[in-house]
Design a protein around this ligand. Structure first.
Ligand SMILES: Cc1cc2nc3c(=O)[nH]c(=O)nc-3n(C[C@H](O)[C@H](O)[C@H](O)COP(=O)(O)OP(=O)(O)OC[C@H]3O[C@@H](n4cnc5c(N)ncnc54)[C@H](O)[C@@H]3O)c2cc1C
Length: 422
């Protein structure tokens, strides 16, 4: 039987970062035929496509430096984000709540009136309650509610008031009024970095510190015996470990532990799935100065679309399209969704009948956004603490069952390595 100090489940950015700190005595098990997880890139026919746009909004100097020092300055672009909401045939600057003065007069007055008339509370029952309380009826019903319902594909009363954490663009009355006079649109991701070869570049950087022999690809972990500290792999092998680092989705990981109460929690956890289309066309769109757009209109199948060509400065329209599905829905209508997508891109004027779709791919992200709700959140936290006592750690966006960025995943993996080696 193989033995290792750190058995790592998953070769995404979280698992690889942990391994890059461990340096030795680790084994990574990855079910796919290459490392990267959701941080992978397709490069084909001159198009560069991620698993939906994956942009770097570094907040720590350490990881920013690691990224920049590993690349030539011509290998990546730095962009000030240009993001809009497609609202009633018009583009409004994002975030909606900060830019209501760009709406037609009547709608602007409704939003403003409700903003001043809203009933703020000390505490909110759920995400929707928070939206009404902080932004009022009109802002909520014109954008925040329909957009987030399309994205999360769920009833927003089921989400915790802080379901989006620091990623939610909060704004109080003063900030909104100030922005009407002098637009700043400051947010956590005002500028971002993007490698010309796509987000997978960060995986290539991490792989430089990793020994190939310590990654087993095309192999799943089927079960984990917590008492014996032995994992069984899909190739029949067993591996004994001292520490187990899970980065696979927490709901799926719980099923590997063969415990009835864990199975129950696993079934209760909720999330959405996202169908991503990456589309390459033969020429540039008239949308030639936009990075991504938010689409709250429920008659349009996608909730967000992005323009790789405008970010990278290339000369042919290259897009990602994101479509939300609930946990229960099967993503079995890909052809139909593609047809609808092309129709809707025509409708909103991104393309017209003279555009030719040169190449495309579809990807299903499952799970994509986990639904953070108060009850399950407590259970997840408690269970993670119990697992820690068995030297079993579960980290990353899906292992940790949270909403976080690639950099957050790297930071958490680094901090875990430091913790277990204290
Ligand atoms: C639509 C969308 C857009 C996003 N955009 C951005 C962005 O612009 N910027 C940003 O910073 N972040 C973005 N993110 C978040 C980012 O994708 C994640 O934070 C990050 O990729 C998570 O990495 P991870 O290693 O924790 O998980 P993953 O990438 O999911 O890696 C887990 C790995 O485990 C493997 N695995 C799972 N189960 C098993 C098993 N049983 N046996 C073996 N292997 C297994 C998987 O194949 C995978 O390789 C976005 C996410 C989504 C959904």
């Amino acid at each position: 039987m193989k033995k290792t100090k750190y058995l790592i489940l998953g070769a995404g950015i979280s698992g690889l970062t942990f391994a890059s700190y461990a340096k030795k005595d680790y084994l990574i098990i990855e079910k796919e035929n290459k490392p990267g997880g959701f941080c992978r890139t397709t490069r084909r026919n001159g198009y560069v496509w991620d698993y939906a746009g994956h942009f770097f909004h570094f907040k720590t100097e350490e990881f920013k430096k690691k990224f920049i020092d590993s690349l030539d300055k011509d290998d990546f672009v730095t962009q000030e984000k240009k993001t809009f909401i497609y609202y009633k045939n018009k583009l409004i600057d994002y975030p909606f709540q900060m830019n209501i003065h760009e709406l037609e007069k009547e709608e602007f007055i409704d939003c403003l009136y409700d903003l001043f008339d809203k009933k703020e509370k000390e505490d909110y029952d759920n995400f929707l309650d928070m939206l009404y309380g902080k932004f009022g009826k009109s802002i909520t019903e014109k954008f925040l509610k329909p957009y987030n319902e399309k994205l999360y594909a769920c009833d927003l009363t089921k989400l915790d008031k802080d379901a989006m954490g620091r990623f939610f663009p909060y704004a109080d009355k003063d900030a909104i009024i100030k922005n009407m006079k002098n637009s700043t649109n400051n947010s956590y991701n005002n500028t971002f970095l993007y490698p010309k070869k796509g987000a997978e570049t960060i995986i290539d950087i991490l792989l430089e510190d990793i020994n190939n022999e310590n990654i087993i690809l095309n192999t799943s972990i089927l079960s984990v015996d917590m008492d014996e500290h032995i994992a069984t792999l899909s190739n029949g092998e067993k591996v004994e470990f001292e520490y187990f680092i899970n980065t696979s989705p927490f709901n799926k990981f719980l099923k590997l532990l063969n415990n009835d109460s864990y199975n129950k929690l696993s079934d209760n956890l909720s999330y959405n799935k996202v169908l991503v289309f990456n589309l390459g066309f033969n020429k540039k769109s008239k949308y030639n100065n936009h990075h991504w757009l938010y689409i709250p209109d429920k008659n349009i199948n996608f909730y967000r679309i992005g323009f790789y060509d405008n970010i990278l400065g290339t000369d042919k329209l290259s897009m990602y399209i994101e479509i939300g599905y609930s946990k229960e829905q099967q993503v079995d209508d890909i052809e139909n969704q593609l047809k609808l997508t092309i129709e809707n891109l025509n409708k909103i004027g991104v393309i017209d009948s003279s555009f030719e779709l040169v190449d495309y791919e579809s990807i299903v992200m499952d799970p994509a956004y986990v639904h953070i709700d108060t009850e399950n959140e407590k259970e997840v936290k408690k269970l993670k603490e119990n697992l820690k006592e068995e030297k079993i750690y579960t980290i990353g966006r899906y292992g940790g069952w949270t909403y976080c960025s690639m950099e957050d995943c790297m930071l958490e993996a680094k901090e875990l390595f430091e913790l277990v080696n204290k």
